[in-house]
Design a protein around this ligand. Structure first.
Ligand SMILES: [Zn+2]
Length: 240
């Protein structure tokens, strides 16, 4: 297990941004919990689940991965039932693999991957998948995960700027991201990074208001819905 004393100032800032503290004994709980097979682990509340993901990402960034629960015995143990701690809605980009970048095991994360991590306008397939995880599996956390240099967001930006079109169904998919480009226009800093962040924020807002399954649970505090971005260069996930 990784020593928590090796966590740097930047790591601390990352966790603090998410409202988390290393002084909190539940951080240690989350670290210890990761060692156990899923059916032996106590269920997590939303904050514990978020801490667990971010700690896994810190291990990934530092090259200190545990690669937990990936043996044949682990697969077999999970065959009867799954108890994932989080839904991660990430881009289909080959470089953004949630189980790897969160140093998670089989059965830990319910992953929904779609180009541009689009939620609003993506239809029943995406929303129904997320709702299933919450309603049937009692997952306490949803993370919408964008990433730096996202090709889908870049394409949406070009579509607006060049007024062109893309072949096949790609055009319709990319059009769903255009509101993020338009709404982030005029913000200071890098235009693509701003649009990527806005795209995540739009997805989070959509899920928070999604009746009848997600919105009431989010209001009651039983479900946390957060946005984050993954940096392709550093491997770091930052909650936005
Ligand atoms: Zn992408």
């Amino acid at each position: 297990m990784k020593s928590l004393s090796t966590v740097s100032r930047r790591d601390f800032f990352t966790l603090a941004t998410a409202g988390l503290s290393l002084a909190n004994p539940s951080v240690l709980f989350a670290e210890l919990r990761r060692e156990l097979p899923s059916e032996a682990r106590p269920s997590m509340n939303p904050d514990q689940a978020l801490r667990d993901l971010l700690h896994g990402n810190l291990r990934f960034v530092k090259g200190q991965t545990l690669a937990p629960r990936r043996t044949p015995a682990d697969f077999s143990r999970l065959a009867a039932a799954q108890h994932p701690e989080a839904v991660v809605v990430s881009c289909a980009d080959s470089r953004v693999a949630p189980e790897i970048l969160f140093d998670a095991g089989v059965g830990d994360i319910f992953v929904v991957r779609i180009a541009g991590n689009v939620i609003d306008g993506a239809g029943v397939v995406v929303k129904g998948s997320i709702e299933y995880a919450v309603a049937e599996l009692n997952v306490p956390l949803i993370m919408v995960l964008g990433h730096s240099g996202c090709g889908a967001v870049k394409a949406a930006k070009h579509l607006i700027e060049d007024k062109g079109s893309l072949p096949g169904a790609i055009n319709g998919l990319v059009e769903l991201i255009e509101p993020a480009v338009i709404q982030s226009k005029g913000e200071s800093g890098d235009a693509l990074a701003n649009a990527i962040k806005k795209n995540v924020e739009i997805g989070v807002a959509r899920l928070k208001e999604l009746e009848p399954i997600l919105a009431p649970r989010a209001r009651d505090g039983k479900l946390k819905i957060v946005g984050a971005t993954y940096d392709l260069h550093t491997g770091t996930v930052d909650v936005v």
